[in-house]
Design a protein around this ligand. Structure first.
Ligand code: 13P
Length: 257
């Protein structure tokens, strides 16, 4: 049985005080739920992925809460002359156990292709981090009826040869749904998730494919979370804007848990 994962991608938001406060608010909810059972602790894993600058402060604020910490990107190499980059080892050093790779904003704004995403995912695995590999079609690709082909192509190109299930997560984020308020219909999302799981089964075997969590992302809000995350093949969410409010993030978690 796959335990759902609700992951917050804070993107390039928050100064130190904001990040610390948001993390404290999330941790407080966990502590209250654990101690009083009212409201109950959502039956899912919680993960936040703040910008690099906030990792240390957020790690401290989350201590003892069980909320997981992740980075938003990593370099494929462990160290070296790469100005401005951060390695998977550096993230692990700060308490991260996950890292997002191949987000569409990096594919689009930084020209990242499948081969680079695959190398980043492999680098994450080498440092014992769980990579969250993002895939998703553009609006034009969906309109042309190519959504499934594009996404399964990205899955084929962006995943490393070796990983130990369940220590890899996929995130299906239709590019046109990110930050737009538009979402895939639950049926369309479920169709893509099934296609991704089928592609995983062909390449890694049914058991491995069955252990991998596949998240949906793109304008997930408390109001639409239950519908979007209701299908058996949708194992949680990668949440952008709504993860910047502790209450919204928590309500999304409650919708799956
Ligand atoms: P929004 O939830 O703001 O649409 O962002 C989704 C996303 O890109 C998460 O990685």
């Amino acid at each position: 049985m796959r335990r759902p994962l609700i992951a917050g991608n804070w993107k390039m938001n928050g100064r130190l005080a904001d990040g610390r406060l948001l993390a404290e608010e999330i941790a407080q909810r966990v502590h209250r739920a654990t101690e009083t059972g009212v409201p109950p602790l959502p039956a899912c894993d919680l993960l936040v992925c703040p910008p690099f600058t906030l990792l240390e402060a957020v790690h401290r604020a989350l201590a003892g809460s069980g909320v997981l910490l992740g980075g938003q990107d990593c370099h494929p190499e462990a160290c070296g002359a790469h100005t401005g980059d951060v390695s998977a080892a550096m993230l692990a050093d700060l308490g991260c156990s996950y890292v997002i790779v191949g987000h569409s904003e990096r594919r689009q704004n930084h020209g990242e292709d499948d081969a680079l995403v695959r190398a980043k995912a492999a680098a994450a695995i080498a440092e014992d981090l769980v990579p969250i590999v993002c895939v998703g079609e553009t609006e034009a690709e969906r309109d042309e009826g190519r959504a499934l082909a594009v996404v399964t192509g990205q899955v084929a190109g962006s995943l490393p040869e070796l990983f130990e299930p369940p220590r890899l997560v996929l995130a299906y984020e239709p590019v046109w749904a990110i930050g737009t308020g538009k979402t895939a219909t639950p049926e369309d999302a479920a169709e893509v998730h099934r296609a991704i799981r089928g592609a995983l089964a062909e390449r890694y075997g049914a058991e491995a494919a069955g252990a991998v969590r596949i998240l949906y992302g793109g304008s997930v809000k408390p109001e639409n979370a239950a519908a979007l995350l209701g299908d058996a093949d949708v194992d949680g969410a990668l949440v952008g804007g709504a993860s910047l409010k502790a209450d919204d993030f928590w309500r999304i978690a409650e919708a799956v848990g």
